[in-house]
Ligand binder design. Structure first.
Ligand SMILES: *[C@@H]1O[C@H](CO)[C@@H](O)[C@H](O)[C@H]1NC(C)=O
Ligand SMILES: *[C@@H]1O[C@H](CO)[C@@H](O)[C@H](O)[C@H]1NC(C)=O
Ligand SMILES: *[C@@H]1O[C@H](CO)[C@@H](O)[C@H](O)[C@H]1NC(C)=O
Ligand SMILES: *[C@@H]1O[C@H](CO)[C@@H](O)[C@H](O)[C@H]1NC(C)=O
Ligand SMILES: *[C@@H]1O[C@H](CO)[C@@H](O)[C@H](O)[C@H]1NC(C)=O
Ligand SMILES: *[C@@H]1O[C@H](CO)[C@@H](O)[C@H](O)[C@H]1NC(C)=O
Ligand SMILES: *[C@@H]1O[C@H](CO)[C@@H](O)[C@H](O)[C@H]1NC(C)=O
Length: 463
């Protein structure tokens, strides 16, 4: 993929090299690890950074800010450890970069030449070069009105009562949709909703709802929400399914990308993609928590660690009537999160089967990951296999690089995080019990079959 753009107005020629058409009903977009933001080349510090990001992300997924007076979708990833894509908006088109996020739904970009981003001074990020969308250079930019049903997608159906002069009796209301503010643990973003055209080669989607953020903290890129709410990219485009293959994170400092495929096919029917294993998506039974409704829930029943079958307790495996429990697939989390009771069983099974290696307690302290083993004296290194087994029998056997990170000096650490009272602000047990992060999805082809409400995957090399 091309380097970060220095200007927002791109020659149209460039577009055809960014996007490729594979079939009339399919749009393919390159997707690559987001490369801003490592503050260090020290692998321990990077792991520690990714571990704490994964935990704070888990916190926001599990305990979304349910104060809906401002906005319906409070959950947001930060832009680290994520995967980036480019989209082209406006007339003439401007290209902007986004983190692809299946854990949230609004699509928003850094917007206007005055976009302010506090806490965005990352080592590899030149603030002045953050690609921004400039609405006044686009003839198709419109502010979304308060009466526009799309305003209610984000703010809920009673939003009109919040717009002055837009009561049910006034059909002439010209008020625009209120500003959105999205808050998350270590950052936030705020702006106005726009209606814009979203351009693909040979296809323009008119009146796409997109957030024009003018003020953010810690957001050097926009976010493309692929979640299950109306405002998400897949739902606005009416996709039948979408799929991606995430290249290995060891390409983080290169320009390697892989494909995100948007499928608007007319009648794919219920045919499965050859070679994929499928499990059903399930809905969270609690409809009043809008954040839980936008997650992609699946049922993970068992985690096989070598010869040990760790059964996920039923109330953690299946979303319960209180909304808690269940597993979600999240492209915006880095390391997979597991609720304490499951994580401890997995860690114990691993420690028991790797008892011949020294536990590297220092490295555990420094990375925030565990268990870590010192394998520097070993001629060969035997690791138990690691398999996620979903309802219906589909099995996802992880390659070693998806569950162990190799720290230098001959130490390896399990790349799964868990909560402790401190990390989750004293709360635990709420929200999804397991969050399947992108580190565990590397080199898998992942298909979100929305028409048939199922999740398919197979191992493959993505680069
Ligand atoms: C767009 O459509 C034209 C004419 O149908 C075709 O020649 C061209 O290859 C298409 N472009 C892409 C990127 O698919
Ligand atoms: C919810 O938002 C309103 C308006 O911003 C604020 O006054 C109130 O304190 C918030 N409540 C909580 C529990 O955060
Ligand atoms: C709405 O606009 C129409 C035409 O401009 C006008 O006749 C009518 O009085 C307006 N209604 C209200 C409630 O302002
Ligand atoms: C998983 O995929 C493999 C390869 O296509 C297939 O042989 C196997 O039957 C599938 N298993 C399930 C449970 O779908
Ligand atoms: C540990 O090492 C001993 C002696 O080499 C060997 O017999 C045993 O199988 C090893 N255990 C594991 C769990 O690898
Ligand atoms: C790993 O073990 C080797 C040999 O016992 C030792 O020299 C090295 O310092 C250890 N590494 C760490 C990170 O503890
Ligand atoms: C699941 O059930 C166990 C025992 O029945 C209970 O201790 C635990 O709190 C429950 N967890 C959740 C998240 O409901």
């Amino acid at each position: 993929m091309a380097a970060a753009p220095a200007s927002w107005l791109f020659p149209l020629l460039f577009l055809s090299s960014v996007f490729a058409f594979t079939s009339p009903a399919t749009i393919t977009i390159p997707i690559s690890p987001s490369t801003h933001h490592y503050s260090s080349s020290d692998p321990w510090k990077i792991l520690n950074h990714l571990a704490s990001l994964s935990l704070s992300r888990a916190h926001h997924i599990k305990f979304p800010n349910t104060n809906v007076s401002l906005v319906k979708t409070p959950l947001f990833s930060r832009s680290y450890g994520g995967y980036s894509m480019s989209l082209s908006f406006g007339t003439p088109p401007q290209i902007v970069k986004f983190i692809m996020d299946t854990g949230s739904s609004l699509v928003w970009f850094p917007c206007t030449s005055r976009y302010l981003c506090a806490g965005c001074n990352f080592p590899n990020t030149d603030l002045t070069k953050i690609p921004k969308f400039i609405p006044k250079l686009s003839s198709s930019s419109k502010l979304v009105g308060c009466k526009n049903p799309k305003c209610a997608w984000v703010f809920g159906s009673n939003v009109r009562s919040k717009c002055q002069g837009c009561g049910p009796s006034n059909q002439n209301c010209t008020e625009s949709c209120p500003p959105y503010i999205i808050q998350y643990g270590l950052g936030s973003t705020a702006g106005r909703l726009l209606s814009e055209s979203l351009d693909f080669p040979n296809k323009t989607v008119a009146d796409f709802l997109v957030g024009c953020s003018i003020l953010s903290t810690r957001q050097p890129e926009g976010i493309a929400g692929f979640g299950r709410s109306m405002e998400s990219l897949p739902l606005q485009l009416g996709l039948k399914k979408f799929s991606y293959c995430l290249v290995s994170r060891r390409f983080d400092n290169t320009q390697v990308s892989s494909d995100l495929i948007l499928d608007m096919g007319s009648d794919s029917g219920d045919a499965k993609t050859p070679g994929l294993n499928y499990t059903k998506f399930v809905k969270n039974p609690v409809r009043s928590n809008s954040a839980f409704q936008e997650y992609y829930y699946v049922i993970l029943q068992k985690i096989v660690v070598g010869d040990k079958h760790v059964k996920v307790p039923y109330n953690l495996s299946v979303p319960q009537s209180d909304g808690n429990g269940g597993t979600i697939v999240d492209s915006g989390s880095t390391f997979t999160f597991m609720e304490g009771p499951v994580f401890e069983l997995v860690a114990k099974a691993l420690e028991k089967q790797m008892a011949n290696y020294t536990v590297a307690t220092d490295v555990q302290k420094q990375t925030g990951l565990r268990p870590c083993f010192n394998i520097s004296d070993e001629k060969s290194f035997n690791v138990p296999k690691f398999i996620f087994q979903f309802k219906g029998g589909a099995k996802m056997q992880l390659p070693l690089a998806n569950y162990f990170a190799f720290v230098d000096m001959g130490v390896v650490c399990l790349t799964i995080v868990s909560d402790n009272a401190a990390a989750l602000g004293g709360r635990s047990g709420g929200g999804p019990a397991i969050i399947l992060g992108n580190f565990q999805q590397q080199n898998f082809y992942m298909e979100y079959d929305l028409d048939n409400e199922r999740f398919g995957f197979k191992q493959q090399s993505c680069a």
